[in-house]
Write a protein that binds this ligand. Structure first.
Ligand SMILES: *[C@@H]1O[C@H](CO)[C@@H](O)[C@H](O)[C@H]1NC(C)=O
Length: 150
């Protein structure tokens, strides 16, 4: 009986860490934060993630911003996201507009140790476009590793 109680207590303690262990929100590789993105008609940008080896996938690339988060957006701000490595380098994996107060799932992949993407204005000949924002904790591009409910 005493053992059963102790086991129940252990289970209760273990449950929250099991939930977080199933989901890792990985920020981009960076020398420091914030990471400043500046994507313009004449200049693309890139983002890269290091994924812990042997991660149980999927690896889901998301863009998430709190309401009111500052994002500079000029002209046609549709951004193409293109794989830079993996099984299909050069392949368009998604296109999105970066908006405060939204979470956008860009695409889902099998996890790899390094996963890198180019960010480019989709229609650079349609006048001047710029998308500019800073990534901090909780705002920007993330790789959701495993079972993350977004
Ligand atoms: C963005 O993707 C669209 C759809 O595939 C394509 O037509 C367009 O040329 C791409 N833009 C750039 C800059 O590659």
């Amino acid at each position: 009986m005493q053992f059963a109680t102790a086991a129940a207590t252990l289970l209760a303690l273990a449950a929250p860490s099991l939930v977080s262990a199933a989901c890792l929100e990985q920020p981009p590789s960076a020398l420091g934060f914030p990471i400043n993105y500046d994507i313009t008609s004449s200049r693309s940008d890139a983002v890269s993630f290091q994924i812990p080896p042997n991660s149980v996938g999927p690896c889901q690339l998301v863009a998430k911003f709190p309401a009111g988060y500052p994002i500079v957006s000029t002209g046609d701000d549709l951004v193409n996201v293109t794989a830079l490595d993996g099984p299909a380098p050069g392949a368009l994996v998604g296109a999105l507009r970066f908006r405060a107060g939204t979470t956008t799932v860009i695409n889902s992949f099998a996890c790899r140790d390094v996963m890198a993407y180019e960010l480019a204005i989709a229609n650079p000949t349609e006048g001047w476009s710029e998308v500019k924002f800073s990534e901090i904790q909780g705002a920007g591009l993330f790789m959701e590793v495993g079972d993350c409910s977004i």
